[in-house]
Design a protein around this ligand. Structure first.
Ligand code: G7M
Length: 343
């Protein structure tokens, strides 16, 4: 698409310029993320509309962690406690002590009621979704989701948005996909590497639709993405975790690719033993049991099914009861609850 016809989208800085805070939707003190609700004036409009701003602290770059232990890194230190061999301080960085950005800011504007609910603090409940419940409740729900919710996916697939970031583009309509950095990744912190695979075909809505006929697509995603990520980011085989969310937040099949665990080995001075600096980014939201299905396991299930002497009456992912936790503000929650109560 030529530059003159390409749509332009508001950057988070345009939104911040006019942002008026209303309330905090949620805050996670472990992942250091806060979601704020307010209003802002997008460039294309003259009136205020709902906007969500997400602010999160960035991870440390392996090259900067050593410098951050030097006294020059701190403008101020305050003792929280000291007891025997244990001590905790609060520290304020000296200006320019960190090479990396301090925070990452993302925005959604205009934010819909669905976005506001999604990012609001809420409890979750375990749902056991049988094939019958999928047919009677979930499938109609998926059909009712406005097509607009996946515009951003089509923008990436047709090169209208994020084209400069795309890492791998395979145009095959059945077995092709685009590998691109996830919105959540700052594209700098290698320890927090997070990629998305968006498939070209529009026929697969989610995990439930996967069949043995999709094996060529799934294997290609698994192996080509790993190869390209290894070449581009210099990571080793086995460092990437490929997984699929059920439920996803949008129904165009996609696969998450995150770095599994990182040893800060490359940039470290020899005097620091490796076991002191081992970090593992394994505990963030969205990688939880129930919601995340490992792509390797999905491929294995479908390969087993394909190896049966005759095809089963229902394919594995159509026949299974899937168990997951669902936030009570999720639009599906009330629908599933009502269906259960009618039984
Ligand atoms: O939970 P689910 O499987 O639906 O995850 C969707 C993923 O898509 C999340 O990891 C989001 O961060 C990512 N994502 C969402 N949007 C709106 C965008 C976007 O506009 N660009 C990119 N690159 N990733 C996105």
């Amino acid at each position: 698409m030529s530059a003159s016809t390409a749509p332009s989208f508001d950057s988070a800085s345009t939104i911040l310029d006019s942002f008026e805070f209303e309330r905090t939707l949620s805050e996670d003190s472990r992942t250091l993320v806060v979601y704020l609700l307010g209003t802002a004036i997008p460039a294309s409009s003259s009136s205020r509309v709902p906007a969500i701003v997400k602010i999160e602290k960035t991870p440390y770059d392996p090259e900067e962690v050593v410098a951050l232990t030097s006294p020059a890194a701190w403008e101020k230190l305050e003792v929280v406690l000291s007891n025997d061999i244990y001590s905790t301080l609060l520290g304020w960085y000296a200006p320019a002590a960190r090479k990396s950005a301090d925070i990452q800011i993302s925005s959604i504007c205009p934010a819909t009621e669905k976005h506001i609910k999604k990012y609001s603090q809420q409890v979750s409940r375990i749902v056991r979704e049988s094939p019958a419940l999928f047919k009677s409740v979930v499938e109609p729900y998926i059909a009712s989701v406005p097509a607009k919710s996946v515009s951003w996916v089509y923008n990436i697939l047709d090169g209208t948005s994020e084209a400069e970031n795309v890492i791998l583009r395979d145009e095959d309509p059945e077995s092709g996909f685009v590998l691109t950095p996830d919105l959540k990744w700052d594209q700098k912190s290698m320890s927090a590497l997070y990629l998305q695979v968006l498939v070209q075909t529009r026929k697969i809505r989610c995990l439930r639709d996967l069949r043995p006929s999709h094996l060529p697509l799934l294997r290609k995603i698994r192996f080509d993405s790993e190869r390209v990520a290894m070449e581009k980011y210099g990571i080793d085989k086995g460092e990437l975790r490929f997984f699929i969310h059920y439920h996803p937040s949008y129904y165009h099949f996609h696969v998450h690719v995150v770095r599994f665990a990182v040893l800060f080995s490359l940039a470290l001075p020899a005097h620091l033993p490796l076991n002191q600096v081992h970090v593992s980014y394994t505990g963030f939201m969205g990688i939880t049991v129930g919601q995340a299905h490992l792509l390797d396991d999905v491929i294995d299930h479908l390969e087993l099914e394909a190896s049966l002497p005759s095809p089963p009456s229902q394919s594995h992912y159509a026949a299974r009861t899937l168990t997951y936790a669902l936030g009570v503000e999720h639009p599906l929650y009330d629908l599933l609850k009502a269906a259960e109560e009618q039984k």
